[in-house]
Design a protein around this ligand. Structure first.
Ligand code: FAD
Length: 548
């Protein structure tokens, strides 16, 4: 006899990445559930990641960002979407949600069997004097975007506070539409999610495109001076701008969860298990609001990105529908990428700074090669940094920058991290190759060769020159014109091609450091010298990547 499942009432709070994804999957799995999405804003399932590109005019039609409407979701998926409705309280005992109609002002109670929280995170707005000025804006939804577009249309200058992913996208896009843009960042580098040397080319790209970058500085005060915002920095510098964009991070929207007594993590995110159930098994949570697990360390992680939010929403739907068949969420690794003019840069897994904080031992490797065969037209350089465990060789993180092929390398590294691969595995990854697409030895393979050369003792690499008066001979093996164009302090130039014939110019009793532009020739030189009995280290990454 067929056993009918009772019809379930499922309420979803928040109708964008995590919420809309859960709703759509739920409907595909269960045609008969009552699924209601409650969304505070006027839009549902919109493309928040595309917002900066409408500001800069790369996306021309606003309507493409409003991916769905309540009517299209009703027609396609039979979902009940209440836009401009805010969930204001959860009664866990009676399994109801209090919902306020933000237009009518009316309040009602909706009952649930299962409740999904996907309220996201709101932009941080710290209590800096003057911050409430209407020309100081944040970007989270289409209405924020409209306001920025409106203000930018009459502005000639903008200040972007915060040089993370969204800050850089906004700086680039505001520059595209001709504004005089200044970027301020509290840390000593742009893109603090990456390590210093991997973010430096991004800073160069910003500056080459006319963006003024202030690092190691923050805003102390905003003042409206006749319609212009004057920002005084902690250093005392002042910047005048018609428009200010704050993009200094996000805070989880946890009020409902806090009031309902759900367990929160140390930084206020909702704690969930591997099926994204909160401390109340009938309440699930997904997206920017949750504390998830780091798939590398198994420690806590907050990863406010679109991919995790969407996939977590899907797991919740699976678990509500059929817990037996549901695979647990494997944790997040934090893979993110940004384009800044003609440069792209991204990160996956742990960076060096984080590994240091966590006290995890690591080895690092930086290599630069071409995105496709160097003889095929249009080849450009791509730099890959990998971090791995010295003992197990397991990959811990990766970062990539360059003009082309950055996403491909980053995604390979992200897949390797998810598969718990080692650098030894990366040596023999068989990646797609024909001259227009790649090289017979891809940069990922080369990074792994380089890591293995170090662990097998074929070469010893250093990442900075000794500073404490230690004696060494610095040999610059770049071709003379290149060495003359950008001399390296204290280096003697002996081009690689002449090294074997000029061994007598190098003192065998003093340690040698070989250096070149990108770390490859200095490795070749180190191999020659070590076999002739010299004590040699090769400067990793080269002078173009890691400033000696
Ligand atoms: P959201 O998508 O923010 O949705 C939460 C929704 O819940 C909101 O619409 C909110 O109005 C609603 N809500 C909150 N509280 C209530 C309530 N009490 N009642 C009713 N509704 C409520 N990620 C990437 O991976 N790549 C990118 O390129 C990228 N670019 C981005 C660019 C911008 C400008 C922004 C803002 C974000 C970007 N992100 C990007 C991050 C990504 O968009 C988020 O990680 C993702 O949207 C989080 O999904 P979520 O479901 O948790 O929250």
């Amino acid at each position: 006899m067929k056993v009918e499942k009772p019809i379930q009432n499922i309420i979803i709070i928040g109708g964008v990445a995590g919420g809309a994804s859960a709703a759509a999957r739920l409907r595909r799995l269960n045609e008969f559930a009552n699924i209601t999405i409650i969304e505070r804003g006027p839009d549902v399932s919109f493309a928040n990641c595309g917002l900066p590109y409408f500001v800069g005019g790369e996306i021309k039609q606003r309507e493409v960002l409003a991916v769905q409407t309540p009517a299209s979701l009703k027609a396609m998926l039979n979902l009940d979407v209440l836009i401009q409705h805010e969930a204001t309280a959860i009664d866990r005992e009676n399994k109801t949600v209090e919902v306020k109609d933000l237009i009518q002002g009316t309040i009602r109670q909706l009952s649930y069997d299962k409740l999904i929280l996907a309220p996201g995170a709101s932009p941080l707005v710290p209590p800096i004097p003057g911050i409430q000025d209407p020309a100081i804006l944040t970007l989270r939804n289409l209405q924020d975007m409209d306001l920025i577009v409106e203000k930018a249309s009459t502005a000639s200058s903008a200040l972007v506070v915060g040089a993370g992913f969204i800050g850089l996208e906004m700086a680039e896009q505001l520059r595209h539409i001709g504004l005089d843009v200044t970027l301020v960042e509290l840390q000593d580098q742009v893109l603090p999610q990456l390590d210093f040397e991997m973010a430096t080319p991004v800073q160069k790209a910003l500056e080459q495109n006319g963006i003024k970058v202030h690092l190691s500085d923050g805003v102390r005060e905003f003042k409206n001076e006749n319609g212009q915002i004057q920002s005084t920095l902690q250093s005392g510098a002042t910047i005048d701008a018609d428009l200010v964009i704050l993009s200094i991070g996000v805070r989880p929207e946890n009020r409902l969860a806090t009031d309902a007594g759900l367990k929160l993590g140390l930084r206020g995110h909702i704690k969930v298990n591997q099926y994204h159930q909160t401390s109340d098994p009938d309440i699930y949570a997904a997206g920017d609001v949750v504390e998830t697990q780091c798939a590398i360390t198994n420690g806590e992680a907050n990863v406010p990105l679109g991919g995790p939010a969407n996939r977590q929403g899907r797991i919740i739907a699976d678990h509500i529908n059929d817990p037996e068949k549901t695979l647990p969420y494997p944790g997040s690794i934090g893979t993110a990428i940004v384009r800044v003019f003609d440069i792209a840069a991204g990160v996956t897994g742990l960076n060096e700074k984080r590994l240091k904080v966590l006290g995890i031992p690591y080895k690092k490797t930086i290599v630069t090669d071409f995105d496709h065969a160097s003889y095929y037209p249009g080849a450009t350089r791509v730099t890959v940094k990998i971090l791995h465990c010295p003992e197990t060789h397991r990959l811990l993180g990766g970062q990539v920058f360059g003009q082309n092929g950055v996403d491909k390398r980053l995604d390979v590294l992200a897949t390797a991290l998810r598969g718990k691969l080692t650098v030894d595995d990366l040596e023999h990854l068989e990646l797609a190759y024909a001259p227009p697409f790649g090289s017979a030895k891809d940069t990922i393979n080369i990074a792994a060769f380089c890591a293995r050369n170090q662990s097998d003792g074929w070469v010893e690499c250093i990442n900075s020159l000794p500073k404490d008066g230690e004696d060494f001979q610095l040999i610059d093996v770049r071709p003379p014109p290149m060495a003359a164009a950008s001399p390296i302090e204290g280096a003697v130039t002996i081009p690689l091609t002449e090294l074997r014939s000029k061994l007598n110019e190098i003192d065998k009793n003093r340690p040698v450091i070989t250096i070149c532009a990108f770390g490859k020739m200095s490795y070749f030189a180190a191999r020659i010298l070590v076999q002739h009995g010299y004590q040699v280290k090769s400067f990793a990454g080269g002078s173009e990547i890691q400033v000696p």
